[in-house]
Ligand binder design. Structure first.
Ligand SMILES: C[S@@+](CC[C@H](N)C(=O)[O-])C[C@H]1O[C@@H](n2cnc3c(N)ncnc32)[C@H](O)[C@@H]1O
Length: 206
Protein backbone atom coordinates (compact mmCIF):
# COMPACT_ATOMS: atom_id res chain seq x y z
CA UNK A 1 0.00 0.00 0.00
CA UNK A 2 2.87 2.36 0.80
CA UNK A 3 5.79 1.36 -1.44
CA UNK A 4 7.80 0.57 1.67
CA UNK A 5 11.44 -0.18 0.87
CA UNK A 6 13.79 -2.18 3.10
CA UNK A 7 15.28 1.17 4.10
CA UNK A 8 11.83 2.52 5.03
CA UNK A 9 11.31 -0.46 7.35
CA UNK A 10 14.33 0.65 9.39
CA UNK A 11 12.97 4.18 9.86
CA UNK A 12 10.92 5.18 12.91
CA UNK A 13 7.33 4.60 11.83
CA UNK A 14 3.95 5.75 13.13
CA UNK A 15 0.97 3.71 11.95
CA UNK A 16 -2.00 6.01 12.32
CA UNK A 17 -5.48 4.41 12.30
CA UNK A 18 -3.83 0.98 12.36
CA UNK A 19 -6.86 -0.50 14.13
CA UNK A 20 -7.04 -4.27 14.54
CA UNK A 21 -4.58 -4.97 11.70
CA UNK A 22 -1.39 -7.03 11.81
CA UNK A 23 1.17 -4.41 10.74
CA UNK A 24 2.50 -3.59 14.20
CA UNK A 25 2.68 -7.25 15.29
CA UNK A 26 4.39 -8.22 12.05
CA UNK A 27 6.95 -5.44 12.22
CA UNK A 28 7.66 -6.23 15.88
CA UNK A 29 8.30 -9.86 14.97
CA UNK A 30 10.71 -8.69 12.24
CA UNK A 31 12.61 -6.64 14.81
CA UNK A 32 11.41 -3.26 13.52
CA UNK A 33 9.02 -1.99 16.20
CA UNK A 34 6.54 0.66 15.10
CA UNK A 35 4.06 2.72 17.09
CA UNK A 36 0.39 2.46 16.19
CA UNK A 37 -2.14 5.10 17.18
CA UNK A 38 -5.90 4.58 17.01
CA UNK A 39 -8.91 5.47 19.19
CA UNK A 40 -9.62 1.72 19.31
CA UNK A 41 -6.71 1.24 21.72
CA UNK A 42 -8.63 2.79 24.60
CA UNK A 43 -10.43 -0.58 24.75
CA UNK A 44 -9.30 -3.87 26.26
CA UNK A 45 -8.25 -7.01 24.40
CA UNK A 46 -11.59 -8.67 25.18
CA UNK A 47 -13.67 -5.65 24.17
CA UNK A 48 -11.87 -5.40 20.80
CA UNK A 49 -12.15 -9.18 20.29
CA UNK A 50 -15.93 -8.95 20.86
CA UNK A 51 -16.38 -6.08 18.43
CA UNK A 52 -14.33 -7.90 15.75
CA UNK A 53 -16.56 -10.97 16.08
CA UNK A 54 -19.70 -8.80 16.08
CA UNK A 55 -18.65 -6.87 12.93
CA UNK A 56 -17.38 -9.88 10.96
CA UNK A 57 -20.66 -11.03 9.38
CA UNK A 58 -21.89 -7.52 8.61
CA UNK A 59 -18.62 -6.51 6.91
CA UNK A 60 -18.51 -9.69 4.85
CA UNK A 61 -22.14 -9.27 3.83
CA UNK A 62 -21.34 -5.75 2.57
CA UNK A 63 -18.40 -7.12 0.55
CA UNK A 64 -20.50 -9.92 -0.96
CA UNK A 65 -23.28 -7.46 -1.89
CA UNK A 66 -20.82 -5.04 -3.57
CA UNK A 67 -18.20 -7.18 -5.37
CA UNK A 68 -17.89 -4.48 -8.07
CA UNK A 69 -16.15 -2.21 -5.53
CA UNK A 70 -13.07 -4.45 -5.47
CA UNK A 71 -10.53 -5.61 -8.04
CA UNK A 72 -10.08 -9.21 -6.80
CA UNK A 73 -6.54 -9.17 -8.29
CA UNK A 74 -4.54 -10.00 -5.16
CA UNK A 75 -7.35 -11.46 -3.11
CA UNK A 76 -9.47 -13.68 -5.33
CA UNK A 77 -12.70 -14.29 -3.40
CA UNK A 78 -14.70 -12.91 -0.44
CA UNK A 79 -13.84 -16.09 1.52
CA UNK A 80 -10.13 -15.48 0.95
CA UNK A 81 -10.58 -11.89 2.07
CA UNK A 82 -12.31 -13.04 5.25
CA UNK A 83 -9.49 -15.48 5.97
CA UNK A 84 -6.76 -12.87 5.32
CA UNK A 85 -8.46 -10.24 7.48
CA UNK A 86 -9.25 -12.62 10.35
CA UNK A 87 -5.65 -13.91 10.35
CA UNK A 88 -4.39 -10.30 10.56
CA UNK A 89 -6.79 -9.55 13.40
CA UNK A 90 -5.71 -12.66 15.28
CA UNK A 91 -2.06 -11.52 14.94
CA UNK A 92 -3.09 -8.16 16.30
CA UNK A 93 -5.04 -9.61 19.24
CA UNK A 94 -2.21 -12.01 20.14
CA UNK A 95 0.22 -9.08 20.25
CA UNK A 96 -2.06 -6.41 21.71
CA UNK A 97 -1.55 -6.69 25.47
CA UNK A 98 2.24 -6.98 25.21
CA UNK A 99 2.26 -4.12 22.71
CA UNK A 100 0.18 -1.93 25.02
CA UNK A 101 2.66 -2.48 27.84
CA UNK A 102 5.58 -1.75 25.53
CA UNK A 103 3.93 1.47 24.31
CA UNK A 104 3.52 0.20 20.74
CA UNK A 105 -0.28 0.71 20.78
CA UNK A 106 -1.32 4.19 21.83
CA UNK A 107 -4.88 5.49 22.04
CA UNK A 108 -5.32 8.71 20.10
CA UNK A 109 -7.36 10.20 17.29
CA UNK A 110 -6.90 12.55 14.38
CA UNK A 111 -6.94 15.46 14.00
CA UNK A 112 -4.87 15.74 17.23
CA UNK A 113 -2.16 13.17 17.87
CA UNK A 114 -0.43 12.64 21.23
CA UNK A 115 3.13 13.01 19.92
CA UNK A 116 5.73 15.75 19.83
CA UNK A 117 6.76 17.50 16.61
CA UNK A 118 8.77 15.32 14.22
CA UNK A 119 8.73 12.27 16.50
CA UNK A 120 8.78 9.90 13.52
CA UNK A 121 10.52 9.56 10.16
CA UNK A 122 7.43 8.15 8.49
CA UNK A 123 3.71 8.40 9.26
CA UNK A 124 1.40 5.90 7.54
CA UNK A 125 -2.38 5.91 7.42
CA UNK A 126 -4.37 3.21 5.62
CA UNK A 127 -8.10 2.89 5.08
CA UNK A 128 -9.22 5.84 7.15
CA UNK A 129 -8.54 9.22 5.48
CA UNK A 130 -10.30 9.55 2.09
CA UNK A 131 -12.26 6.37 2.72
CA UNK A 132 -15.13 8.25 4.36
CA UNK A 133 -16.24 11.38 2.46
CA UNK A 134 -18.38 12.37 5.43
CA UNK A 135 -15.22 13.41 7.32
CA UNK A 136 -15.03 16.47 5.05
CA UNK A 137 -12.23 18.64 3.69
CA UNK A 138 -11.41 20.50 6.92
CA UNK A 139 -10.95 17.28 8.88
CA UNK A 140 -8.67 15.95 6.15
CA UNK A 141 -6.62 19.14 6.03
CA UNK A 142 -6.19 19.28 9.80
CA UNK A 143 -5.40 15.56 10.00
CA UNK A 144 -2.80 15.63 7.23
CA UNK A 145 -1.11 18.71 8.69
CA UNK A 146 -1.12 16.98 12.07
CA UNK A 147 0.47 13.84 10.65
CA UNK A 148 3.08 16.04 8.95
CA UNK A 149 3.72 17.76 12.29
CA UNK A 150 4.61 14.47 14.01
CA UNK A 151 6.31 12.72 11.04
CA UNK A 152 8.85 13.98 8.49
CA UNK A 153 7.06 12.15 5.68
CA UNK A 154 3.46 10.94 5.46
CA UNK A 155 1.90 8.34 3.20
CA UNK A 156 -1.84 7.79 2.94
CA UNK A 157 -3.60 4.90 1.20
CA UNK A 158 -5.99 4.77 -0.60
CA UNK A 159 -7.06 8.14 -2.02
CA UNK A 160 -10.56 6.96 -2.92
CA UNK A 161 -13.66 6.14 -0.89
CA UNK A 162 -15.32 2.73 -0.57
CA UNK A 163 -17.03 3.26 -3.96
CA UNK A 164 -13.68 3.86 -5.63
CA UNK A 165 -14.28 7.61 -6.04
CA UNK A 166 -12.04 10.53 -5.17
CA UNK A 167 -13.56 13.13 -2.87
CA UNK A 168 -14.85 16.16 -4.79
CA UNK A 169 -12.58 18.30 -2.60
CA UNK A 170 -9.45 16.25 -3.38
CA UNK A 171 -7.67 18.67 -5.76
CA UNK A 172 -8.55 21.72 -3.64
CA UNK A 173 -7.25 19.89 -0.57
CA UNK A 174 -3.92 19.16 -2.30
CA UNK A 175 -3.61 22.87 -3.21
CA UNK A 176 -4.26 23.86 0.39
CA UNK A 177 -1.71 21.33 1.67
CA UNK A 178 0.87 22.74 -0.77
CA UNK A 179 -0.01 26.29 0.28
CA UNK A 180 0.91 25.37 3.82
CA UNK A 181 4.45 24.58 2.65
CA UNK A 182 4.22 20.82 2.27
CA UNK A 183 4.79 18.68 -0.80
CA UNK A 184 1.80 16.55 -1.86
CA UNK A 185 1.72 14.08 -4.74
CA UNK A 186 -0.09 10.90 -5.64
CA UNK A 187 1.82 7.92 -6.96
CA UNK A 188 1.21 4.24 -7.78
CA UNK A 189 1.04 2.20 -4.59
CA UNK A 190 1.93 -1.17 -6.09
CA UNK A 191 -1.26 -2.62 -4.61
CA UNK A 192 -4.95 -2.32 -5.25
CA UNK A 193 -7.94 -4.03 -3.75
CA UNK A 194 -10.52 -1.27 -3.76
CA UNK A 195 -11.64 -0.27 -7.26
CA UNK A 196 -9.45 2.66 -8.43
CA UNK A 197 -7.42 2.10 -5.26
CA UNK A 198 -4.00 1.81 -6.91
CA UNK A 199 -2.61 5.12 -5.63
CA UNK A 200 -1.25 6.54 -2.41
CA UNK A 201 -0.63 10.15 -1.39
CA UNK A 202 2.87 11.17 -0.29
CA UNK A 203 3.27 14.27 1.86
CA UNK A 204 6.75 15.66 2.37
CA UNK A 205 8.19 18.59 4.29
CA UNK A 206 9.64 21.30 2.07
C1 LIG B 1 -11.11 0.56 8.29
S1 LIG B 1 -10.10 0.65 9.72
C2 LIG B 1 -8.48 0.53 9.01
C3 LIG B 1 -7.54 -0.27 9.86
C4 LIG B 1 -6.16 -0.51 9.20
N1 LIG B 1 -5.46 0.73 8.94
C5 LIG B 1 -6.29 -1.29 7.92
O1 LIG B 1 -5.96 -0.76 6.84
O2 LIG B 1 -6.72 -2.46 7.98
C6 LIG B 1 -10.23 2.37 10.16
C7 LIG B 1 -9.56 2.70 11.49
O3 LIG B 1 -9.64 4.10 11.70
C8 LIG B 1 -9.77 4.29 13.09
N2 LIG B 1 -10.26 5.66 13.38
C9 LIG B 1 -11.54 6.08 13.55
N3 LIG B 1 -11.57 7.39 13.85
C10 LIG B 1 -10.27 7.82 13.87
C11 LIG B 1 -9.65 9.07 14.12
N4 LIG B 1 -10.37 10.19 14.39
N5 LIG B 1 -8.31 9.15 14.06
C12 LIG B 1 -7.57 8.06 13.76
N6 LIG B 1 -8.10 6.85 13.51
C13 LIG B 1 -9.44 6.72 13.56
C14 LIG B 1 -10.73 3.21 13.51
O4 LIG B 1 -10.68 2.97 14.91
C15 LIG B 1 -10.22 2.04 12.69
O5 LIG B 1 -9.29 1.25 13.39
Amino acid sequence: MFNLSDRDLCRSILGCSDGPAGFNAHMHALGHPVISCDPLYQYSHDQIGCSIRAARDEVMQQVRENPQNFTWNHIRTPSELEQVRMTAMQSFLADYEAGLMQGRYIAGALPRLPFRDQSFDLGLCSHFLFLYNSLGQEFHLRSIREMARVAREVRIYPVVNTNGERAEFFEELLCRIRSSGLGARTEPAGYDFLKNGGEMLRITGE
